[in-house]
Design a protein around this ligand. Sequence first.
Ligand SMILES: *Cc1c(COP(=O)(O)O)cnc(C)c1O
Length: 497
Amino acid sequence: MSQILYNSTRGGETGVTASQAIVKGLASDGGLFVPARIPAMDVPLAALSRMSYKEVAYEVMSRFYTDFTEEELKHCIDGAYDAKFDTEAIAPVVKKGGTWYLELFHGATIAFKDMALSILPYLMTTAARKLAMDQEIVILAATSGDTGKAALAGFADVPGTRIIVFYPKDGVSPIQKHQMVTQKGANTYVVGIEGNFDDAQSGVKAIFSDKAFKEQLAESGYVFSSANSINIGRLIPQVVYYFYAYARLLAQGDIQEGEAINAAVPTGNFGNILAAYYAKRMGLPIGKLLCASNDNKVLYDFMRSGEYDRNREFHLTISPSMDILVSSNLERLVYEIAGEDPDQTRALMEALFHAGSYAITSGMKDGLADFYGNYASEEETSGAIRKVFEQTGYLIDPHTAVASCVLDKYIDETGDEAKTVVVSTASPYKFTRSTMAAVDAKYAGMEDFDLIKEMHQLTGVAVPAAITEILEAPVLHKDICQKDEMKKVVAAFLKTE
Ligand SMILES: *Cc1c(COP(=O)(O)O)cnc(C)c1O
């Protein structure tokens, strides 16, 4: 198998191995690591359809992480996709009505971030060993709610690592928050910030690109890395489940080999849908990629007009994990549609940083033909939950509902009859109040935690262990900081001051 090396989207680093890219997280010029070429999947779809999730994972990841040995990669995969998931399928595909739902919420924190964050600690510690590093790895993460807990669960008590998570104090659901602040593990630290997700993400990025601070930490034996979806160690594991979903549909006789399917993806930071795009580029028969946004519809506007503009009102919605105005992973797509031109990419990202907006050329806009963008308002999101539940008895969470609604809009607009997989990114048990209130207004006045039992009664679906185990858990993390204090907080936790 030929080697794949990684380059920064902004041109400042080239020819980096997968191990180096995973440990670094972000390139030193502020760019994102991308594979120098996207490898083809040379295993026939029919063969994939006879494989388990872990076997498909190996086939996909070995095409990208070419400096990992087979033994190393299989060790990572076996460690990640085990009994932490409540089903052996890992990512089951269920058919309800005329639609397939790819359930990515069967891991430790019942949201799709588990798919990648359960393997990232293995990839990172394996990579560090390969590189003979002796520093402790410090994971810094900004979270819109789900990354934080999934990263904490993945890295808690992993030797040689520490993890610090910043979340917007008022921007996550009560259950998401409780999941994080009850996190155990001596190497974990969770801090709320007075600000929104973009503030948290900008703060983390600023720390990453602060050379003096990095040197100061290096002297104390620490090196930073990122568990956010900008890390190539998170992106590639997400490519896996698109192959797996297609393979399941094929195995079940729902599609013919080679038949193109669409994927509807609830989108925030653009990581999940970018993974689908990579899968398509590897040769997976995917037709349209439906990029579904909530009221923070910056991606929808971008796809229509070719202008990305973050200068707008920020909305707190019932799909908080998608409340994002700066979708970091879009930089990787911009790089692709710019013909892999780092200079153009850098110029656009600098415009985004300084002016908060940029416009792509009409040639680049043609590169967006694989995508369809639309959004769901709050009312439409609730409406989609209610509609799917009334028609099929299947209860979806608000993020999944955004994708479901956008799928309806897409079909109305185009009449496309291709089979579609709706990517189901969270269990409704994580968002009980907004989900239950959508089904029946009588639940609207009730509290998230009180609605857990009601949801169980309504659906008969067992309450996940991820919920039952936090109900009695003590709060261990109470710190709150201002958005400009993040660096100080990090230094204090690491005791470098
Ligand atoms: C993170 C998240 C999303 C958005 O995924 P991106 O990869 O950031 O686009 C959607 N739904 C849920 C439940 C999430 O946790």
